[in-house]
Design a protein around this ligand. Structure first.
Ligand SMILES: CC(C)(COP(=O)(O)OP(=O)(O)OC[C@H]1O[C@@H](n2cnc3c(N)ncnc32)[C@H](O)[C@@H]1OP(=O)(O)O)[C@@H](O)C(=O)NCCC(=O)NCCS
Length: 176
């Protein structure tokens, strides 16, 4: 027995499937996280080496928690981005967060909302009742739009971040 948690995965949606990230995704993830528009609300776009670290962190999260950000792709295996559930900290308190990044050419087609809804359903099956959050740069309207589509509302502000006050969107997820 390894003692590692059961590996979770959201159910496929009408247009998307989820899978764990591997080293083979480095080209795709480096293109996504290296795009200055996709990373506009991060300190800087990620280098290829930082994208490799991102993948390694997600693999560590799968092993430690059973979940993380997963690759989202179409049923034809076209890369869309990543989306998933991670543990984050808001004002020093651990919270479950749904996160998402969609490559520029695929944005504004409802993919982030569709993928995030599958993550809410997973949270309802595995973690409910729970608070589910999306911790967002205050100027990130697209991210806030996804959170609002999920039914989240502004539940507070995170003052623990070194240089910005982040908006904490959240919703109570009842058991499925
Ligand atoms: C946030 C992000 C994942 C949204 O992906 P998406 O697939 O385009 O999102 P959706 O098509 O599901 O849009 C969801 C809602 O967001 C809003 N929205 C999306 N793009 C927007 C934009 N550029 N400006 C303003 N609002 C926007 C809309 O309200 C939209 O809902 P509607 O189409 O029903 O009106 C994408 O913009 C992205 O990858 N951004 C960079 C990465 C990032 O900031 N991630 C979040 C970190 S907290």
């Amino acid at each position: 027995m390894s003692g590692e948690p059961r590996r979770l995965l959201p159910s496929p949606t009408e247009r998307l499937v989820f899978r764990e990230m591997t080293e083979d995704d480095l080209d795709r993830m480096a293109a996504l996280l290296g795009d200055p528009e996709v990373m506009a609300f991060y300190p800087a776009p990620k280098t290829r080496a930082e994208s490799a670290e991102w993948i390694a962190r997600m693999q560590e999260s799968y092993r430690e928690h059973g979940h993380g950000l997963w690759i989202i792709e179409t049923h034809d295996a076209d890369f869309v981005g990543d989306c998933g559930l991670t543990w984050q900290s808001a004002n020093g308190v651990p919270v479950l967060e749904v996160g998402y990044h969609v490559r520029r050419e695929m944005q504004r087609r409802g993919y982030a909302t569709e993928a995030a809804r599958a993550c809410v359903e997973l949270a309802a099956r595995e973690f409910a009742p729970t608070l589910l959050t999306a911790i967002i740069h205050p100027a990130n309207d697209a991210s806030r739009g996804v959170a609002e589509n999920l039914g989240m509302s502004h539940v507070g502000d995170d003052h623990a971040h070194p240089w910005i006050v982040r908006t904490v969107m959240g919703m109570q997820v009842p058991p499925a």
